[in-house]
Design a protein. Structure first.
Length: 178
């Protein structure tokens, strides 16, 4: 996929490269999440006797347990995570699982796991960074200024929209007060 993106950049087909790079970023994020989850699973496995001996989730294991619960439905290609989630649900109850799944305050879910498994599109800044990495990796002479302008334009449009909304809210509030 990275080689294809480099070819699109080389051929001047930046719009296609911008779209395809999202897939590369998603893959990188999934692998990063898997690495974190692997560590959490090893951490929990090493402390199974502690889990078995206590009714509530020990504070030192909360982040690992909550993160595994949160990740399980989002990592469908690792069905063992769903089984582990179900074991935790049996052990700690439905409310504990819901808190982690819905990211309620103090759920304990690891921030990196939340970020890496997010379904929202990566920011223009991240897409640009990865496009530059790919161009460099494949020695593609690519002028990124067009893509930078496109991403900055979208950001400026969002700022403008935010300003307009603030003005509307303030004017609505002022007219209600008079």
């Amino acid at each position: 996929m990275r080689k294809e993106i480099a070819q699109f950049l080389q051929a001047g087909q930046e719009p296609i490269a911008r779209i395809r790079v999202e897939h590369v970023i998603r893959e990188q994020n999934i692998w990063a999440a898997y690495e974190i989850l692997e560590l959490f699973c090893e951490f929990v496995l090493a402390r199974v006797p502690i889990l078995e001996s206590q009714k509530d989730c020990p504070p030192e294991l909360r982040e690992a347990v909550a993160s595994i619960i949160f990740a399980a439905p989002r990592c469908s290609d690792v069905p063992d995570l769903l089984q582990i989630k179900n074991l935790f649900a049996t052990k700690y109850g439905k409310e504990f699982v819901i808190a982690a799944t819905e990211l309620r305050p103090d759920s304990g879910v690891n921030r990196a796991i939340i970020e890496k498994l997010s379904v929202s599109a990566p920011s223009g800044e991240i897409r640009l960074k990865v496009l530059k990495e790919i161009a460099q990796e494949y020695s593609v002479e690519w002028d990124s200024s067009g893509t930078e302008a496109e991403f900055n334009k979208k950001y400026e449009d969002l700022l403008l929209l935010e300003s307009v909304l603030c003005i509307l809210v303030v004017s609505t509030y002022n007219s209600e007060m008079t």
